[in-house]
Design a protein. Structure first.
Length: 255
């Protein structure tokens, strides 16, 4: 990265069982912190990569936002985790992460799994605001043939039937709506940056995506709408006895 070069490097004898790692930190100190609390993450826990050292930038030209905290740590905006050997495994960018019911969802990870579908050429997942969960997952899929189609039920069935291996993702990460992009014209109209990267945070507005995952909210509403449990005659009788005893205790027996 421009702010620090180099950051990580793999060892000469690469462990082929860890092909997804970018290696160990070199030329700088590296730590992983929780995005919200800033606490140090545990081994295997995904958080934000922070760097510190003489080769790390001290700020940006003509900008008050240096990206460096009071202890000299530069927050990269990259998401990653460390294993027991201190190897770094990149997972994506903070702006490509959403939270559903407190659970972190790294959208790029969901992209990769959906792209295993035989009909999918490329997938771009994005978040849709949800009043109950915070966010829910939706996705735009580019199919390999414009005559193909893919419904949300078909996609969720495919994800559910994946083998229990590294490609399996948790059900709360499944998309609740799918927007099919079949033509090059449609693809060119999607929001992009000046470097031709898709702007996920604008996809919900572009597709006019509305929340779909309302099952939990409906269940709570249905509970609230239920009639109150009727008070039994026995309970009414008990109330009378208690009230009579209170009166007798404070006032005395009636003449």
């Amino acid at each position: 990265m421009t702010e620090c070069m180099p950051v990580c490097a793999c060892e000469v004898k690469l462990d082929m069982s860890k092909v997804d790692t970018v290696g160990k930190a070199v030329c700088c100190d590296l730590k992983i912190i929780d995005v919200e609390t800033n606490r140090a993450c545990e081994i295997g826990e995904v958080g934000e990569v922070c760097l510190r050292g003489p080769g790390v930038t001290s700020g940006y030209l003509d900008s008050e936002d240096t990206g460096v905290d009071s202890d000299g740590w530069f927050r990269t905006g990259d998401l990653a985790f460390l294993d027991q050997d201190k190897d770094v495994f990149l997972k994506g960018r903070i702006r490509e992460m959403i939270k559903r019911g407190g659970e972190q969802i790294i959208l790029k990870e969901v992209d990769r799994v959906i792209e295993l579908h035989d009909n999918v050429d490329k997938c771009v997942c994005f978040g849709v605001d949800n009043d109950f969960w915070g966010s829910e997952v939706a996705c735009a899929v580019f199919l390999k043939d414009e005559n193909l189609d893919l419904t949300v039920d078909e996609l969720r069935l495919f994800l559910n039937n994946l083998n229990e291996n590294s490609d399996k993702i948790e059900a709360y990460k499944y998309p609740h709506q799918v927007f099919v992009v079949n033509t090059a014209t449609q693809r060119d109209q999607l929001p992009k940056t000046s470097t031709n990267k898709f702007k996920r945070n604008e996809f919900a507005t572009f597709f006019d995506a509305q929340l779909k995952d309302t099952s939990a909210l409906r269940a709570l509403t249905a509970q609230d709408a239920q009639k109150k449990i009727p008070i039994s005659q026995a309970l009414n009788g008990l109330r009378f006895v208690v009230a009579y005893w209170v009166c007798q205790h404070h006032i005395g027996l009636f003449p």
